[in-house]
Write a protein that binds this ligand. Sequence first.
Ligand code: ZN
Length: 154
Amino acid sequence: MFDDLRDLYQEIILDHGRKPRNFRRLDGADRTARGDNPMCGDRMELEVKLAPDGSIADAAFQGRGCAISMASGSLMTEVVKGKTQAQAKALSDSFRALAMTGTCPECGADLAEEMERLTPLSGVHEFPSRVKCATLAWHTLNAALDGAKEASSE
Ligand code: ZN
């Protein structure tokens, strides 16, 4: 990876980690789930509001953890807004592949724009212990959409 691209990605992660977007409570959330990554001490509570057609009208989270987990929660809540639940699950699968391997050959063109926004976190694949920090938000989203209350990174 080019150094300047790596710097840009790091800057994006630090910015989202320090000032996470959608870091708030949702009034009248339809789905909630807690996520826990005991390896690092990251915890989050995710709230999702569904539109009448079942798509994701809004998503917000609160919690505490390392910059990567907070940045991932921030980026995740931004990209899933307005998506159908099926699209959100597809993004979740694609993001996990990206975090574990650094690329996502299976990622469809229909979600290319969203995957590009998540790419700054792809560098975690070089640090296996941080992969769980990056995927916690997505595990928590899956739990919320499946109606489970708890998600663990384990
Ligand atoms: Zn972490």
